[in-house]
Design a protein around this ligand. Sequence first.
Ligand SMILES: NC(=O)c1ccc[n+]([C@@H]2O[C@H](COP(=O)([O-])OP(=O)(O)OC[C@H]3O[C@@H](n4cnc5c(N)ncnc54)[C@H](OP(=O)(O)O)[C@@H]3O)[C@@H](O)[C@H]2O)c1
Length: 236
Amino acid sequence: MQEINEKVVLITGGSKGIGYGIAEALKREGAKVAITSRSQSSADKAIGSLNKISGGAALGIEADVRDLESQKNAVKKVLDKWGKLDVLVANAGLGHFASIEELTKDQWNETIDTNLTGVFYSIKASLKALKKTEGYFITISSLAGTNFFAGGSAYNASKFGLTGFTQAVMLDLRQYGIKTTTIMPGSVATEFSSGSDAEWKIQIEDIGQMTVDLLKLPPRTLPSKIEVRPTMPPKR
Ligand SMILES: NC(=O)c1ccc[n+]([C@@H]2O[C@H](COP(=O)([O-])OP(=O)(O)OC[C@H]3O[C@@H](n4cnc5c(N)ncnc54)[C@H](OP(=O)(O)O)[C@@H]3O)[C@@H](O)[C@H]2O)c1
């Protein structure tokens, strides 16, 4: 998995934030990168920015991770264009933060459907293709997938679930030579995280670099779970 410039990558939720940062880093290394968004116009806008970077090719696809058929269609578009899939980055996610008294049924369902079931659909839609390439499956969980906090019931449930899901899937998939890693970031400077311009936060290019480094590791070595924190958060 060391030659990134030969790789075809599909990133769910790459229109902005962490997914976009990973797309930029991999394209710069020469990979062919497809990103998804719930809207074609947002995907196209991101592709416009990605195409300013020299390196590999980029493709924007409208696909909602909450819909298995939509995910299958995204994988089909990648296979139709580039003939294979080497890396799936299941990144798409959102957060609703409210006490259990305030949290609504719709917020609960949207969080679980996107952050957990959406990852299940993404790997189900990609598995056949990843088996052919002995590929790589990366999920973006969170430190909220191991540390709980008040107001985090839906988000914590989705990310604790995702951490466990990814580790179990890692054991299933390594028998096919497919690597699986879950990256668990603390605060990353994106629209998702309040104070997105804070310099002390992890930057999207840092997660991009981490993804490149993972793909460059020797085939025999698999970091299955990575916790990543800002080095110097403000003192409380
Ligand atoms: N930022 C942080 O501090 C932080 C920390 C730890 C973990 N994370 C995790 O990192 C991932 C990315 O977060 P981010 O901070 O980059 O957030 P962001 O800037 O809000 O970006 C979220 C991305 O997910 C996409 N998305 C949302 N729902 C989707 C759906 N149903 N189908 C397809 N795409 C969907 C969005 O695309 P459209 O809106 O264009 O559809 C967008 O590209 C999430 O899983 C989040 O939980 C974030």
